[in-house]
Write a protein that binds this ligand. Structure first.
Ligand SMILES: N[C@@H](CCC(=O)N[C@@H](CS)C(=O)NCC(=O)O)C(=O)O
Length: 211
């Protein structure tokens, strides 16, 4: 059985959407990030990074338990375990991995930087470099826009590269970005939003605030 330690945030949703897509059995342990549960000793022993998501699979590749704590690595692990959403053909596989790394790096880090600063501005703390991060975040959106030119997904088919980027684009409004400026990205965003597994994964674990 796979245990998912998570909260329904952009990074957490990468793992929950993936689990819903591939249909592997799992249980969720909701993490109270507001109470800093992710920094408690018991959790740091599972995930030294003290963040979510994290999965523990008690049936790892050798039959022993295995722990994975980076969302990109979780996507690759689950794709290989399920034999889905990561093509075996080397050309398509590296195209997927290329966009997966872009999403895990640029998309995730510019997204995190903007979200943190927007949230602290809401608390009355100003960040002098918010505009710089917003500009970099918009540049990253334009890279995604170019990558989707003439195609439905980041590779030949829907894959873990799409799942790695989508939960961040889901929060474009909070980041202050309009998808109207990015028509390819907007079509891609809406196409993926319609997937039943994505709609289910967005709600794992359930949260009662709009986020
Ligand atoms: N590189 C990590 C980033 C994980 C991350 O930043 N998660 C956020 C939620 S989206 C978190 O746990 N924040 C709580 C904290 O920073 O203590 C990944 O891709 O999994």
């Amino acid at each position: 059985m796979i245990t998912l330690y998570s909260k329904a945030t952009s990074n957490g949703r990468k793992a929950s959407i993936m689990l819903e897509e591939v249909g592997l059995e799992y249980v969720v342990r909701a993490m109270a990030l507001d109470k800093k549960e992710q920094k408690e000793n018991w959790y740091l022993q599972i995930n030294p990074n003290g963040r979510i998501p994290c999965i523990v699979d008690d049936q790892g590749p050798n039959g022993d338990p295995v722990t994975i704590f980076e969302s990109g690595a979780i996507l690759i692990y689950l794709a290989e375990k399920a034999g889905q959403l990561l093509p075996l053909d080397p050309v398509a596989r590296f195209e997927v991995l290329n966009w997966l790394f872009f999403a895990s790096g640029h998309v995730t880090h510019t997204g995190l930087a903007v979200m943190w600063q927007v949230r602290s501005r809401e608390r009355g703390e100003e960040h002098s470099n918010l505009k710089l991060w917003q500009a970099e975040n918009a540049r990253v959106y334009s890279v995604l826009e170019r990558g989707l030119e003439g195609r439905k997904y980041f590779s030949v088919d829907y894959s873990i590269a799409d799942i790695a980027a989508w939960p961040w684009i889901y929060r474009h409004q909070l980041a202050g970005i309009s998808l109207d400026k990015f028509p390819n990205l907007k079509n891609w965003f809406e196409r993926i939003a319609d997937r039943p597994a994505v709609q289910r994964g967005l709600q794992v674990p359930p949260r009662n605030d709009a986020f």
